[in-house]
Ligand binder design. Sequence first.
Ligand code: URA
Length: 233
Amino acid sequence: MPNSYKRVDAHLSNLGYCSRGEAKNFLKMFRVCVDGVRIFEVTKKFYHNDITVDDEPLDAESLVILMNKPSGVICSHNDAGVLIYSLLPIRWQRRNPKISTIGRLDADTTGAILLTDDGALNHKLTSPKSDVAKVYEATLAQPLKGDEADIFASGELLLNGEKKPLLPAKMEVLNPTLVRLKICEGRYHQVKRMFAAVGNRVIALHRVSFGDFSAEELMPSEYKVINLTKNIK
Ligand code: URA
């Protein structure tokens, strides 16, 4: 776990407690203490772990969050509409570096999504080399024809406009218009395009899990901080 040594105003502004300019006032309004002794000097340097605000430890320096994404929110920092970040506490929304989603789900897709302010982790888990398994439940407009599982498992399916075939994916039939699909890559609109490639259409999409993390015990919009000490699979 990081435990950085820097100015109090940098700690407070990086973690979203206040802006750098507001730090002086923040120290007057809240009991910011180091080893139990109240401080008023914004320029002094301390270790993150030694600082408390009104007797509470500072928020963690690095956050990984698991959310059950509801339909209608957007995984972007700058598109029009309701952004997924608006579901997080205001303080987390003001962190620097920013909290970002690890990959994206479409606005109408629901389910498990991770968010973090750890850029290296985000990069690692979204790089084309990452093989984190993602499991989706897709509701289809038309009943299955019967050859979809074989086509998806073949490792030969080409999505419209692409030259590289998809890696093999595993499809399980839950009923004629509902499937569970496990994929290990994350191409743009991948699941919807896979079903378009076999002449069908996804009318609802839910991500059951991302690696080991499932959001099934969370209500839509609910989230929790998770510990990513082990390698995500
Ligand atoms: N595939 C899609 O088509 N949409 C998503 O949101 C995720 C995977």
